[in-house]
Design a protein around this ligand. Structure first.
Ligand code: G3P
Ligand code: MG
Length: 254
């Protein structure tokens, strides 16, 4: 294992901000997570058509805004005109799409940690995304407050070529853990493995923990069903609704 920063990873990480209670991937959703005592969030980052990095999950605008069409065709000027809160509820009307810069500034001011997911769309370049995101991330947050993850291995390899493991903790995202998980982790000097909690097995969890990697699961919102995952050694749950874990073993951090 390469030298990694000493990350005090919490048991519970708010998925796309506190997305059960606020519009996902917004500044408001991150403040809401902080307000309930959740000091780490998972967020998705992509590039607009003009190259501006923004916090957004989908390739399109329809589900989470009053706009339509593809994110990759949008300019920042056009993005500023979108309402990204009303779809979730009237109380969030007027919420604006967060740029990476706005979001990093907020996270730094609250001393929060972020699992930032490089979301590489079809026909998009993961290396271009990493080129844009990694320097800004490392300029704004200390390594102890960062995990950079992606399903896109090329993007992660490019990120690793830009920064060593002591400055940039990298997490491999995978829907299910295949036999090659360890060679992929080694090749990347990875810090962590992030996987779909419904497909994890006790055996794979033990392998990952025995090899010294952190193990994170997305997106459990059912603490009772997740109880055995804690017993398997999972470090953190990336949940839409971390508060639903309160009072359920192991002792959560809320
Ligand atoms: O990073 C964990 C999880 O967010 C991956 O899936 O689609 O919710 O970004 P998705
Ligand atoms: Mg994500």
């Amino acid at each position: 294992m390469p030298p990694h920063p000493n990350i005090a990873l919490p048991r519970l990480i708010a998925h796309r901000g506190l997305s059960a209670h606020a519009p996902e991937n917004t500044l408001t959703a991150v403040r809401a997570a902080f307000d309930i005592g959740c000091h780490w969030v998972e967020l998705d980052v992509q590039l607009l058509g003009d190259g501006t990095p923004v916090i957004w999950h989908d390739p399109t605008l329809k589900r989470c805004s009053d706009g339509h069409g593809r994110l990759s065709r949008l300019s920042m000027d056009e993005a500023r005109g979108l309402d990204v809160g009303s779809w979730f509820g009237d109380a969030f009307r007027g919420e604006r799409m967060a740029t990476l810069a706005d979001m990093l500034e907020l996270l730094a001011s609250l001393d929060m940690g972020v699992n930032l997911e490089l979301k590489v769309g079809r026909n998009r370049s993961g290396t271009e995304l990493a080129d844009t995101v990694v320097p800004r991330l490392l300029e704004t947050l200390p390594p102890e407050r960062i995990i950079l993850s992606s399903f896109d291995l090329a993007a992660l390899h490019h990120a690793r070529s830009m920064a060593d493991a002591s400055r940039l903790p990298i997490g491999i995202l995978t829907e299910s853990i295949t036999q090659t998980w360890q060679s992929r982790c080694k090749a990347l000097d990875a810090f962590s493995v992030h996987t779909d909690w419904t497909r994890l097995t006790a055996r794979r969890a033990r392998e990952i923990k025995d090899a010294g990697y952190r193990l994170l699961c997305y997106t459990p919102n059912d603490p009772t069903a997740f109880a055995r995952h804690w017993r398997w050694g999972v470090d953190s749950a990336i949940s839409d609704d971390p508060a639903c874990f309160a009072g359920i073993a192991p002792p959560p951090d809320l």
